[in-house]
Design a protein. Structure first.
Length: 73
């Protein structure tokens, strides 16, 4: 997770990342309001990936980006 905090993606979809929050995982928030969050479980060896975007298709793209980022952890 530290890697994600210090090396955030430059963009989510086509929108620049405006903010990185790290209080309950790592959450990347884009200027257009879309976001991607990676959150490790505190009790199990699991990583949960959450996303919100303007459409289901865009949210799916963000989830795939999250899966790619998780391989770098």
């Amino acid at each position: 997770m530290e890697f994600c905090k210090t090396n955030p993606p430059l963009r989510l979809l086509r929108s620049p990342v405006a903010e990185v929050k790290s209080f309950d995982g790592v959450k990347f928030i884009a200027l257009d309001g879309s976001w991607l969050m990676l959150r490790g479980s505190g009790t199990e060896p699991l990583l949960r990936i959450y996303a919100e975007a303007g459409s289901d298709a865009e949210a799916e793209k963000l989830l795939k980006l999250g899966a790619r980022l998780s391989r770098q952890l």
